[in-house]
Design a protein around this ligand. Structure first.
Ligand code: PEP
Length: 259
């Protein structure tokens, strides 16, 4: 399985700044066949960046979309409209769940829409600090995982990426606690177990699990070394070219050194 290094730019950079930043990345990022590098800019920049990027080096994703293909949905953008521009789509990010009140039902419809459109959904799941303190982590992960995957068949599960993103570890909302590799290992173990129960052992092994939450070049290796880790979803550090490219190099080294 490839290692995924995915940068979520969130609501940062103008269209011009996005283009300059991508230009810088394209100059610095090597093209490794076993590392899949993806950047996820604001929707407004996607079209121009899709013309600018070299997909062998850096692929694109979208941060959000509506699950219907076309119609009277003012202000929305569909998978049918972005599918020729991007390869990946984030679904269920905690900022969408908690700031924009997206429910598991919305998220399920989006995962299905992304698959229908031929994009790879990156389904984000993760507990809040309060849920963790109340011992609800396992229940939350199970509910969000099965809630988001409700309409996904065993045939399609290998086309979905699952990102464990504990809300308490995500930067940009005040204080964030850095998750220990052990925290992440436990969560991956549980996610894999639920996938196995739902889709069968072999099929479940094919689903890539990523970690996201305050990942930087200084801690990336500790997560990438986890057996079940197929990559990282990176917010803040993906806005700094040297950090992002350093993380790609770390991922390559870890991959090469893996037995
Ligand atoms: C995210 O929001 O997906 C994320 C991982 O952000 P950060 O790396 O900034 O914590």
């Amino acid at each position: 399985m490839k290692t995924y290094i995915i940068g979520n730019w969130k609501m940062n950079f103008t269209v011009g700044e996005s283009s300059l930043f991508l230009h810088k990345l394209l100059q610095k990022v090597p093209s490794y066949r076993d590392i899949e590098t993806v950047v996820i800019p604001s929707l407004i920049a996607i079209q121009s960046l899709s013309l600018q990027t070299d997909r062998r080096k850096i692929k694109l994703g979208c941060q959000n979309f509506y699950h219907q293909d076309f119609g009277a949905y003012t202000g929305e953008v569909s998978i049918a409209q972005v599918r020729s521009l991007v390869d990946y789509a984030i679904v269920g990010h905690s900022e969408r769940r908690y700031i924009f009140n997206e429910s598991d039902k919305d998220i399920r419809a989006k995962v299905a829409a992304a698959l229908r459109g031929g994009l790879t959904p990156i389904l984000c799941i993760g507990e809040t600090e309060a849920e963790r303190k109340d011992g609800e982590t396992a229940d939350v992960l199970r509910d969000q995982l099965l809630g988001g995957l409700g309409d996904v068949s065993a045939e399609d599960i290998s086309k979905v990426i699952v990102a464990y993103e504990p809300v308490w570890a995500i930067s940009g909302h005040g204080k964030a606690t850095v998750a220990s590799p052990l925290d992440v290992k436990d969560a991956f173990k549980l996610i894999r177990k639920i996938l196995k129960e739902t889709y069968g052992k072999e099929t479940a092994e094919e689903t890539a699990l990523l970690f996201g939450g305050s990942v930087k070049s200084t801690n990336a290796e500790s997560y990438l070394l986890l057996d079940d880790c197929s990559g990282l979803l990176i917010g803040g550090a993906s806005l700094i070219a040297s950090e992002f490219t350093d993380i790609i190099e770390i991922a390559k080294r870890v991959k090469d050194e893996r037995p």
